[in-house]
Design a binder for this molecule. Structure first.
Ligand SMILES: [Zn+2]
Length: 216
């Protein structure tokens, strides 16, 4: 600590991987400030990532850019000192999206690509979250429905596979009690819908009004 020589560090051009290594050594942390209501998870929004990342990229000398081509968002991180050096990631955009959803799909794709390229974990799952106050409620033993036949549909709130009530033949989320305690309105959806919901940022999926909390 007595002799920090950052001021007269020689400005030699470094390779892409040297720069990426430098970036990694900064151990940047990203605030997981946004909530994904579908999986009770928190994630880091793109602007939050960029707020932290951009100054570091500038300092180290790395360029990040995105292109949309053929229903894909392609993100490159390149070395301006040697433009031939880059790493890239691409993420598909669903072709049949409504126009107003394309913007957030692109934002999501950029965030995903940056996360992949820089090995940034931008999502927090339930386990990682379990220390938070909200999740301590889960410690109560839930009723065990594991003996019941599973449905082909999944809960749009927690992602659990639905189970079938042998008496009524109707399927329900095994965590329905937990949901109703929290006032959450859930529905069973098919696998594709579940995947779509869990992949999308929450802003696209305001909680649908009018779903009733039922008892099982
Ligand atoms: Zn559920």
């Amino acid at each position: 600590m007595e002799n920090t020589k950052t001021a007269d560090k020689p400005k030699k051009s470094k390779t892409l991987y040297q720069k990426l290594f430098e970036l990694q050594n900064k151990c940047l942390t990203f605030a997981k400030s946004a909530d994904n209501p579908f999986f009770h998870s928190k994630y880091t929004p793109l602007d939050e990532i960029l707020k932290t990342l951009n100054p570091a990229l500038k300092e180290i000398g790395l360029l990040i850019y995105h292109r949309t081509r053929k229903s894909k968002v392609i993100t490159r991180i390149m070395n301006p000192d040697n433009p031939a050096e880059f790493i890239a990631s691409s993420f598909p955009i669903k072709e049949d999206l409504e126009p107003q959803k394309i913007g957030s799909a692109i934002t999501y794709a950029k965030r995903y690509n940056i996360g992949q390229l820089l090995n940034i974990i931008t999502d927090e799952d339930d386990d990682a979250n379990s220390s938070s106050e909200e999740n301590t409620k889960k410690a109560e033993a839930p009723k065990d429905y594991s003996g019941l036949t599973k449905d082909k549909k999944f809960c749009d709130v927690c992602g659990e596979q639905g189970v079938i009530n042998p008496k009524t033949g109707k399927s329900f989320c095994p965590k329905w009690k937990e949901h109703s305690e929290k006032g959450e309105r859930w529905d069973l959806v098919d696998e594709n819908t579940k995947k779509f919901l869990s992949d999308m940022p929450p802003s696209d999926h305001p909680e649908p009004a009018g779903k009733k909390v039922k008892h099982y």
